[in-house]
Design a protein around this ligand. Structure first.
Ligand SMILES: Nc1ncnc2c1ncn2[C@@H]1O[C@H](COP(=O)(O)OP(=O)(O)OP(=O)(O)O)[C@@H](O)[C@H]1O
Ligand SMILES: [Mg+2]
Length: 362
């Protein structure tokens, strides 16, 4: 089962119900996952309520949300709360299948139906029989495949590639996308009849920046997990660390928060969280440049209605310089040089802010 956790911060992480679940994914491999929906009674309350309503029905569900916002996790919650929970849950990433193989992947093929089809293969619809088929990144399906998907959804039947027999399966379809399907329908890249069909019940997952109340419980959850994984002892973020995390805008949503906390735990040797350092290195190098020049970017964004403390902002900014300087303080291109201060002054500030330069040395 997928556990739903909504505990306020005061509840120690050990008191949460973190239940490992077995599931069958895409490639048929059996995996252990600890699916816990944090924020189910807070920022995700409306979302979880809608999911609880629709899960026991067999209606198709469309999950919309930005990257890393929890679409796959919530798809698993739908399956776990459905009458098909004992059946398979198959995830197919529609964006990862080459266009010419999509039909064969989804519907299977008969032996000899095309070069390389040396045997008969069941498609994902057949394998998901009795369970849930999660079509992730559904907006990436080419138009031709969209037509065939619509037919299965409407008629409940399909044929394997190269086959003639109509096959009928019992599959509940859950789809997800980070794209705007309405806009795609308007520009003709997504079929509106398919959109109506998969979107019978649409659940929109709000981005993390619109539910700042979830940041602290999520960070606490990930810190707990990282500590256990690294040293066997759960890590607990301090109130000031949580405040720093709340002040960030999380363009990569929950996935990015999880990565920052995990990195903070590694940088702290599994004994403490180096949040400022981990945040300083939060943006991947390939991300688009910020709109404003770096010098005018705040090191820590202001959370709604209040400012990050000056110390937190300074800590994050120094951490960024240390990341860029690979832990070097003195000399040209060193952190002091980048920040325009005397190395002696920088060392003093770092001591006061308890920043350990050695973790940045690469
Ligand atoms: N509310 C939550 N509680 C606990 N963990 C969460 C929550 N939301 C997301 N996560 C975790 O964050 C990570 C990203 O979530 P998920 O894969 O479901 O996002 P996604 O919307 O499918 O992202 P993408 O669009 O990039 O595929 C996963 O490890 C997931 O378990
Ligand atoms: Mg996903």
């Amino acid at each position: 089962m997928v556990a739903v956790s909504s505990h306020p911060l005061s509840v120690p992480p050990e008191a949460r119900s973190i239940e490992p679940v077995s599931g069958t994914l895409e490639d048929g491999a059996s995996v252990q996952r600890d699916d816990v929906v944090v924020g189910a009674a807070a920022g995700l309350a409306a979302v979880v309520e809608r999911i609880e309503q629709v899960a026991p029905t067999d209606a198709p569900v469309l999950l919309e949300g930005e990257t890393g916002s929890g679409k796959e996790l919530l798809a698993r919650l739908i399956h776990a709360r459905s009458q098909r929970a004992e059946g398979p849950m198959i995830r197919v990433n529609c964006g990862a299948i080459p266009a010419e193989l999509i039909d064969s992947e989804l519907f299977g093929h008969e032996r000899g139906s095309f070069t390389g089809a040396t045997g008969t293969r069941q498609g994902w619809f057949e394998r998901a029989d009795g369970g849930t088929l999660f079509l992730d990144e559904v907006a990436e399906l080419p138009l031709a495949a969209q037509v065939r998907l619509l037919r299965v959804l409407q008629e409940g039947t399909f044929t394997r590639v190269g086959g003639t027999k109509d096959l009928r399966v019992s599959v509940r379809v859950v789809t997800a996308t980070h794209r705007d399907l309405r806009a795609m329908c308007e520009e003709g890249t997504f079929r509106s009849d398919l959109w109506y069909r998969i979107g019978v019940f649409t659940v929109r997952i709000p981005p993390l920046r619109d539910r700042p109340e979830d940041v602290a419980p999520l960070a606490t959850h990930f810190a707990h997990k990282s500590g256990i994984a690294l040293t066997g002892v759960p890590l607990v973020p301090t109130p000031s660390e949580l405040e720093t995390l709340r002040g960030y805008s999380w363009p990569g949503n929950v996935r990015e928060l999880a990565a920052v906390v995990e990195r903070a735990a590694i940088l702290g040797g599994g004994r403490r969280l180096e949040i400022a350092a981990a945040l300083g290195d939060a943006r991947p190098r390939s991300s688009p440049p910020p709109a404003a020049p770096l010098s005018s970017q705040p090191a820590v964004a202001a959370p709604a209605g209040r400012l990050a403390t000056l110390d937190d902002a300074m800590r994050a900014h120094i951490a960024r310089a240390l990341v860029l300087a690979r832990g070097r303080i003195e000399g040209r291109g060193g952190a002091a040089d980048l920040l325009g201060v005397n190395p002696h002054t920088l060392r003093g500030k770092m001591r006061r802010l308890r920043i350990d330069w050695s973790v940045y040395r690469t």
